[in-house]
Design a protein around this ligand. Structure first.
Ligand code: GAR
Length: 191
């Protein structure tokens, strides 16, 4: 199974996935890392893992259709079968959705459908929730709305955002590789 990981920033989830694939814990190969923010730290992580990087500036394209068409060409050229969004802060458009229907997944730092969109952790803290969490879901045309694949609950009653984010990241780094592994087995069974 050939995977592409899309990330806009730090890339700690990219690294967790790359590590799990390279160690054989997940039976897949990350063949490409895509970022829409050239200079993002994920580029350094990809270089460390020897994973090819595709960095593009959306502003250099006339429309989302245009840059997604370029992305689909690059993904197909590398035989990518599964796209994992890992902190990719951009809504996926029709071109990618149609080309990779049912083959794009995303990680979101809340127990969806609660706290969709930007700053999910801040939204949940403001709400005063006592159980935070992480969700991995299929991506469709709605914002954070596709079918849920897996979730982890994180009970926390404190007010230290940094500590909470560290707990969320730690949970993500376990849940994402495990979910990809589970999905790959399902894909194999349906072929
Ligand atoms: C992760 O916490 C992920 O859940 C979140 O961005 C972070 C990326 O961290 N995604 C979203 O908020 C998507 N709506 P990373 O760059 O260290 O992997």
């Amino acid at each position: 199974m050939k995977i592409a990981v899309f990330a806009s920033g730090n890339g700690s989830n990219f690294e967790a996935i790359a590590k799990a694939c390279q160690s054989g814990t997940v039976d897949a190969e990350v063949v490409l890392c895509v970022t829409d923010r050239p200079g993002a730290y994920v580029e350094e992580r990809a270089a460390r893992f020897g994973i090819p990087m595709l960095s593009f500036r959306p502003k250099d394209y006339a429309s989302k259709r245009e840059f997604e068409t370029m992305l689909v060409e690059e993904l197909r050229r590398r035989d990518v079968q599964l796209i994992c969004l890992a902190g990719y802060m951009r809504i996926i458009g029709d071109v990618l959705l149609e080309a990779y229907e049912g083959r794009i997944i995303n990680i979101h730092p809340s127990l969806l459908p609660a706290f969709q969109g930007a700053d999910a952790v801040g939204q949940a803290m403001d709400y005063g929730v006592k159980v935070y969490g992480v969700t991995i879901h299929f991506v469709d045309a709605t914002l954070d709305g596709g079918k849920i694949i897996s979730q982890t609950a994180i009970p926390y009653e404190g007010s230290d955002r940094e500590a909470l984010e560290a707990m969320i990241h730690a949970a993500e780094h376990v849940l994402y590789p495990a979910t990809i592994s589970k999905l790959i087995k399902q894909f194999h069974n349906t072929i």
